[in-house]
Write a protein that binds this ligand. Structure first.
Ligand SMILES: [Zn+2]
Length: 264
C-alpha cells in the first residue's frame, strides 16, 4: 500500500486573497511558515519520509527559502494557485493566466517545474481540466470520486491526467480551524482526529490501497496537533509493506500500472 502525506503551505495567502491585511490575521498565517513548516520538516527528516508540499506562488514569493528548502530536502513541490484564489469565481482566462504564472514562479524560485496541482480549497472549476492539460501536468489532487488514484476523463475520453483523490475526512482544516466572528469552532479533539485517520489508514492497508492525507502548516503545526501527526507516522511505520511516496510518484505508478490495466 502507499502513504502520501501532503501539506498545503498557504500561510498568509488566504487573508491576502481577500485583501485582509490586519497584522492579527496575517500573523496566524505567518505561524505556518515561522513555526509549523519547520516542525513538519524536522519530523519528516527525523522519520526519513518524503512528502508533497503544495504552495501558492505568492506564499513562495514571501518565503522563498522555505519553498527551496522543500525541494532541497527531497520533497515534491506542487502548484496551489497564485494567491489561493477561488477558481469558480474567476473567468476562465484569468484562472489560466494565474495557473501559468504560478508554475513559472515556482520553477524560477526553486529550479524545478511542478508536475502536479492541488486547486486552492479544492475549487476545481469547469475550466481547470483544460488548463491542467495545457500545462502538461501529470496529476491533479483536488477531486473526490474514489479512495484510489484514477484517470480523469473529459467528455468520456481518457486524458492521461491522474487524480490523487482527497477528502475532507483526511484534511486537518475542517477539524481544527475556527472563525472568531462566526459559530465555526473546532469540534474534534486532536486525539479524535488521530482515531479517524488511523481507521482510514487501517482500511486502506487492508485493501492494499492508498492512504492520502492533506494538512496545513498553520493548522497541524501546533503542538497538540504535531503530537498526533508524529503518533500517526509512528503507527503507520509499525506496519510492514508501506510505500511512503510523493503524490507525483504515486501518480506515475498508477499511470504506468493500475490505470493501464483498466484501459485494457
Ligand atoms: Zn490551501
Amino acid at each position: 500500500m502507499a502513504v502520501a502525506l501532503s501539506f498545503d503551505s498557504d500561510h498568509e495567502t488566504i487573508p491576502l486573497r481577500d485583501a485582509e491585511t490586519s497584522p492579527g490575521k496575517l500573523s496566524q498565517g505567518e505561524f505556518g511558515s515561522r513555526v509549523g513548516a519547520r516542525r513538519i520538516m524536522r519530523l519528516l527528516d527525523d522519520k526519513q519520509i518524503r512528502a508533497t508540499f503544495f504552495m501558492p506562488a505568492v506564499s513562495a514569493l514571501l518565503h522563498p527559502d522555505e519553498a527551496r528548502g522543500y525541494v532541497q530536502a527531497g520533497h515534491e513541490l506542487g502548484i496551489h494557485g497564485w494567491i489561493h484564489e477561488r477558481n469558480q469565481q474567476l473567468r476562465a482566462e484569468d484562472e489560466r493566466e494565474l495557473a501559468f504564472r504560478s508554475i513559472d514562479t515556482l520553477e524560477k524560485l526553486c529550479g524545478v517545474r511542478p508536475v502536479g496541482v492541488r486547486t486552492p480549497s479544492w475549487d476545481f472549476s469547469a475550466a481547470t481540466l483544460s488548463i491542467i492539460r495545457e500545462l502538461g501536468l501529470v496529476y491533479d489532487s483536488s477531486l473526490m470520486a474514489d479512495d484510489e488514484p484514477y484517470e480523469i476523463v473529459e467528455d468520456g475520453q481518457p486524458t492521461g491526467v491522474v487524480e490523487i483523490p482527497v477528502e475532507w475526512i483526511r484534511d486537518d482544516a475542517p477539524y481544527f480551524t475556527m472563525d472568531r466572528y462566526t459559530a465555526v469552532r473546532p469540534f474534534t479533539p486532536p486525539r479524535g482526529v488521530l482515531t479517524i485517520w488511523q481507521d482510514e489508514f487501517n482500511r486502506a492497508y487492508a485493501e492494499r490501497g492508498l492512504f492520502q492525507l492533506t494538512m496545513h502548516p498553520h493548522v497541524i503545526g501546533h503542538r497538540s496537533r504535531m503530537a498526533i501527526l508524529q503518533e500517526l507516522i509512528e503507527y503507520i511505520a509499525g506496519h510492514a509493506g508501506v510505500w511512503w511516496a510523493t503524490h507525483h510518484e504515486i501518480a506515475v505508478y498508477a499511470r504506468d500500472h493500475a490505470l493501464a490495466s483498466v484501459a485494457h
